[in-house]
Design a protein around this ligand. Structure first.
Ligand code: CA
Ligand code: CA
Length: 222
């Protein structure tokens, strides 16, 4: 059967037209269905197509604390993440910084390791990291969790996806809420023979900084 066979009578033409309309309407219908079910059709938000500008209006929540630990001592730091309605979590970052300048000469650098405890948090995996307390305040470690996969927060233009597809892509799926926890443990190194009159290094100060970046997704026709 070729195209001519499909359209050689008025009835077939109507049938074909109906089929074409349905094929076009079908994906749009199902894309709109979740918002229809939720009664959230205000402004026809599933509708925008064409070239779309995708941007991320960000806000931050931070927590800072400091702790001094001796060799082998641990400290559990917690960060309670509450997210405003309508916002998503882009990523969460934990930075632990330290700078060991307690030894009289080079070497014997202290270090720190961290192990997260996120079993109560949905959608993220535990991580661990470690770092030396060396180098002019650059010491320590940073761990980042992308709660929204591949989150960058950079504005871009989208030509292929509809608004509803973009909203499905940039979404944290409700993950990441709750109390984030990581335990840090210090390793203190000092010279085996104390230098005369010198101070024996027996601890280290750690700065702990949690940052959560939230976003409100904005999609505009260009
Ligand atoms: Ca040291
Ligand atoms: Ca130290």
């Amino acid at each position: 059967m070729d195209f001519q066979d499909l359209v050689d009578t008025p009835q077939k033409v109507k049938t074909l037209a109906g089929t074409v309309v349905f094929l076009v309407a079908f994906p749009v219908y199902f894309a709109a269905l979740p918002s229809l079910v939720e009664g959230d059709i205000a402004g026809g938000s599933s509708g925008l197509t064409g070239t779309l500008k995708v941007s991320f209006e960000e806000s931050e929540n931070t927590l800072s604390e400091s702790v001094t630990l001796g060799d082998g001592e641990s400290y559990e730091t917690t960060f309670n993440l509450i997210v405003e309605p309508g916002m998503s979590i882009g990523y969460v970052e934990l930075q632990v910084s330290c700078f060991d300048n307690d030894d009289p000469g080079p070497g014997f650098t202290d270090s720190v390791e961290g192990q997260s405890e996120l079993s109560e948090i949905e959608g993220v995996e535990d991580q661990n990291a470690e770092g030396d307390c060396s180098g002019g305040g650059e010491g320590g470690f940073t761990i980042r969790w992308d709660v929204t996969e591949n989150y960058s927060g950079s504005e871009y233009s989208e030509e292929e996806m509809s608004e509803s597809e973009i909203r499905q892509l940039w979404n944290d799926d409700g993950n990441g809420r709750g109390e984030w926890s990581t335990t840090i443990t210090a390793t203190i190194e000092n010279a085996p023979v104390p230098v005369a009159g010198g101070i024996i290094d027996n601890d280290e100060d750690f700065e702990i900084n949690w940052t959560a970046v939230f976003y409100n997704l904005t999609i505009d026709a260009e």
